[in-house]
Design a protein around this ligand. Structure first.
Ligand code: HEC
Ligand code: HEC
Length: 336
């Protein structure tokens, strides 16, 4: 039948459409669903508020992301912009603005102005934001940011309930009367003030931050301890902050170890390597640091054995000798 392709236009178009739909499902639709399933807001994220939502809409309409990013990268030069690198979970709440407008890409690509991930923390003053938006030069003399005068209006009289802007004459851009913010300006500022990073659970400084070089945690046992150690407390000390007590992980930040194919693989090599070398395989999760590099073979064996025999995982134990062998193999690889 396929031989008729050059004669039968229905067959030809049908085949092309079929391939197109099949590939789209495979490389776009299924991955998009799996990413969404694997992402969620961090616990402790403040509930959404309609004014903040409307402010995001103004932010997108004014195209503030042309000059401002909202992404803290895991590199030294970004440490001024946030207490920790951004995670997919930080953006899990972003959604379509409405039926006609897609999810705004607040991550941005260019930093003509500062990153705004933590602006609500860095600059919590509403009045400052109004003045700055009306004319950035009124608060930052050298600023090259445009003046958003259309977000303000003038009134001839003023009541105590109006938020009048106190702008010096030379910076009023010829505008006379009492200058007050419009509703759109109020929404935009509510949005800016809401921009704060949500702390990771435990408030623990996450070890994956390269720019916060963490000191090795005090090791509970000496290196000579070859006797079987209890993996549960070691797991609690070294892994739980990220992978959680029940091994369930945290969507958008740390993968589950419960039921993980890597943890439950009959061959524990990959698992031991991840613990010793760290892991950064997927964009939907953060970076795992080489936690095990500072632990003894017996400790790594105890932790991995604990993971392989908890939360419904049921696979044979890992021995210190096996960890030693992998550690030696890693060493040889790195010196080659
Ligand atoms: C043409 C580029 C440009 C555009 C567009 C722009 N900004 Fe800016 N923005 C800057 C620059 C440059 C600075 C740094 C100087 C300053 O503080 O004014 C800045 C600073 C800021 C700051 C203070 C940041 C800090 O860390 O102190 C905020 C808040 C801000 N902009 C918000 C906005 C909003 C909201 C919009 C959209 C309505 C916007 N910007 C549009 C360039 C821009
Ligand atoms: C600072 C946070 C953090 C700590 C602490 C941590 N991990 Fe991880 N772990 C991660 C992240 C993030 C990933 C996913 C990396 C990726 O895929 O890009 C990961 C992935 C893994 C994986 C792969 C799981 C899978 O199915 O993909 C295993 C196994 C693992 N970690 C074990 C451990 C063990 C054992 C410990 C304790 C010794 C530990 N982790 C401590 C953050 C952490």
């Amino acid at each position: 039948m396929l031989l008729n392709l050059h004669k039968n236009h229905r067959l030809f178009l049908g085949l092309a459409a079929g391939i197109f739909l099949g590939l789209s499902t495979l490389i776009a639709i299924i991955p998009a669903f799996s990413v969404q399933k694997n992402n969620a807001l961090l616990p402790g994220t403040p509930p959404t508020n309609p004014e903040v939502g409307a402010g995001l809409s103004v932010f997108a309409a004014e195209n503030c992301m042309a000059c401002h990013t909202q992404q803290v990268r895991n590199i030294d030069m970004d440490k001024t912009w946030g207490g920790r690198p951004g995670l997919p979970a930080d953006y899990a709440g972003n959604a379509r603005l409405d039926n006609l407008r897609a999810t705004p890409s607040v991550l941005g690509t260019e930093r003509t102005g500062p990153d705004l991930t933590e602006i609500g923390e860095r600059q919590p003053s509403e009045d400052w934001h109004y003045l700055h938006l009306f004319n950035p030069r009124s608060v930052v003399k050298e600023s090259i940011m445009p003046a958003y005068t259309w977000l303000f209006t003038t009134q001839t009289t003023i009541t105590p309930y109006d938020k009048e802007l106190n702008v010096p004459t030379e910076l009023r851009q010829g505008i006379t009367g009492h200058i007050v913010p419009t509703e759109r300006a109020r929404q935009l500022v509510a949005y800016l003030l809401s921009l704060k990073q949500v702390d990771l659970p435990d408030g623990q400084a996450p070890a994956f931050i390269q720019y916060k070089t963490t000191k090795p945690m005090a090791s509970a046992t000496s290196g000579s301890a070859e006797a079987a150690l209890d993996g549960a407390p070691l797991y609690a000390q070294h892994c739980q902050a990220c992978h959680q007590a029940g091994g369930e992980g945290l969507k958008g930040a740390f993968p589950p170890l419960k039921g993980s194919p890597i943890v439950t693989d009959a061959n524990a090599e990959m698992l031991v390597r991840i613990v010793l070398q760290g892991y950064d395989a997927r964009a939907e999760y953060g970076v795992m640091p080489p936690i095990g590099a500072k632990l003894t073979d017996a400790e790594v064996a105890a932790i991995t054995t604990h993971e392989r025999s908890s939360w419904g995982n049921q696979v044979p134990a890992v021995t210190p000798a096996f960890v030693k062998q992998i550690r030696a193999a890693i060493k040889t690889e790195s010196t080659q």
